[in-house]
Design a protein around this ligand. Sequence first.
Ligand code: F6P
Length: 393
Amino acid sequence: MLDRRFVAISSSMTKIRRIAINTGGGDAPGLNAVIHAAVHAAEKAGIEMLGIREGYDGLLEPQDYPEGGVLRLDRRLVQGIAHLGGTILGTTNRGNPFERPMQQPDGSFQTVDRSDEVLGQLRDLRVDALIAVGGDGSLGIAHRFAQKGLRVVGVPKTIDNDLEATVQTFGFDTAVQFATDCIDRLHSTAASHRRILVVEVMGRYAGWIALHSGLAGRADAILIPEIPYSLEIVAEHLRRKQNFARSYAIVVVAEGAKPIGGQLSVVARERGRDVQLGGVGEQVAHELRDRTDKETRVAVLGHIVRGGSPSSTDRNLGLALGAAAVRALLNGEQGVMMAINPPNLVSVPLERAVSRMKTVPLDDWAVTTARALDISFGDGQRIMTMPPDEDPR
Ligand code: F6P
């Protein structure tokens, strides 16, 4: 439903004088690069930029921010931030203004739609357009605002790389590199003790981080949400490899992986947000110990892979997308998400961008390569191109 009052100030005929930017969902390395580039591009075009703190909370709960829920962004303020992890604006993954859980006087919770308040605040601040930087959840919210008449351009971010309409999201490269470094380190300690080391990485519905770091780190098994696993198959695979090649094993498991016919491993449920996953690494380690009689240990990488400085790839993706978002708004685009479609930066309708999640296809080149290198996915399929005793690692 279009909000008529808002359309009056944000129609594509209105000249853009002021843009707001926010970051939503889990942080990802590269967010500050987006902010940096958007501010530079806007200033160059004579446009003012405002930053909203923590998704839309800076507008809805200004009392929580002693220095103001909204801040004026200029080149001086964003100087030297492009290489920093996190986001200078802060972020939240429970800030959906369309469905906010509000505690009632009797202690119960009710879901309230506060989206009109957001539109009203933006109108009072004389904001002509919004750049919403986020993953599937935040872009879904941006899409709903676009449907209400707000001029919005989305910028895709997530370490999980699970957005369909762009070839790669920023944050992913940094996460994979760090997880790979950790797996590299775990080889020597696993080998020294002849242990099985289970490495749990983030990846809620998509196993891209586990797949790419596990392949690069030459794991023996990779367990991802897209391929339900049998630990008997994994155990059998490890036993077979240990007879020939290695006296130890590395198993990389995505937090959202589940056994055949089994469930996600959930550690907490909280109103207004996705369930918190965790514990699958422990389960896998426990069962593999029982089935192989080998000592096992678990390393849960968790939020460590989300922190730290963005790699040069993620920095450049962030810079490119931030500048492109401003360009798109100046060209009259709205209701779109900027995307990488090499060699071009393109815009795709937000509706399409959020319609489907990009999970790992079973014939993905990295899956095929892993199978060719005798890495098990716990599903019993494998393509052998070399005898296991010639495993090069
Ligand atoms: O969206 C990225 C992600 O890293 C998921 O893989 C993970 O489940 C989630 O964030 C964890 O978020 P939180 O910061 O709420 O623990």
